[in-house]
Design a binder for this molecule. Structure first.
Ligand code: ZN
Ligand code: ZN
Length: 175
């Protein structure tokens, strides 16, 4: 959804508060697509600062289903965003704006709330996702989720041809 900011262009101290729903059902990045299981409407407060400048305060939260780094089970991750920024509507240099990634949500006087939300969620994605601090992960041999019980595999003795591959596998999984 796009919010027209033109009325704030020259009016100092004019305040515009907008509450709009977040539209996304999935959050997709290069790394994967995560289902949105819960979301709170975005609340924006724009304040005209005069001189074509607008201060924006934004607040929203979204819950994504993301796989645990160790056992790959889906974990609910709530991402809360609370931020404020100064937007310069007088900056009509579009090429410059395109370079600055964070400014692509602004086109002329139109503020694209959904694009803005996408960028904020991306910046706030957790680096590490664990279903619990003591997640046991999955068995290197059979793939059983060890949180659900022991699979009975003998993990002490590893085929030397597999050992190398296992190390690589581990370095990816045991973050
Ligand atoms: Zn886990
Ligand atoms: Zn096993």
């Amino acid at each position: 959804m796009v919010i027209d900011l033109s009325e704030l262009l020259s009016l100092k101290d004019k305040v515009k508060t907008v509450e709009i729903p977040l539209e996304m059902e999935n959050f997709s990045t290069k790394l994967g697509s995560y289902k949105v299981t819960d979301k709170k409407p975005m609340v924006f407060k724009f304040t005209g600062l005069g001189n074509k400048k607008v201060n924006m305060e934004a607040e929203f939260s979204v819950t994504l289903l993301m796989p645990c780094d160790r056992c790959l089970e889906d974990v609910k991750q709530e991402i809360s965003v609370s931020t404020s920024k100064e937007i310069n509507l007088g900056d009509t240099d579009v090429t410059q704006r395109d370079v600055l990634d964070e400014m692509t949500y602004l086109e002329g006087m139109s503020f694209d709330a959904e694009k803005f939300a996408y960028g904020e969620i991306l910046m706030n994605l957790p680096m590490k996702i664990l279903c619990s601090e003591d997640c046991k992960g999955i068995c290197n041999r059979c793939g059983t989720n060890l949180n659900h019980g022991d699979c009975g595999c003998d993990t002490t003795e590893i085929d030397p041809r597999m050992a190398k591959a296992m190390e690589v596998f581990k370095s990816f999984k045991e973050v």
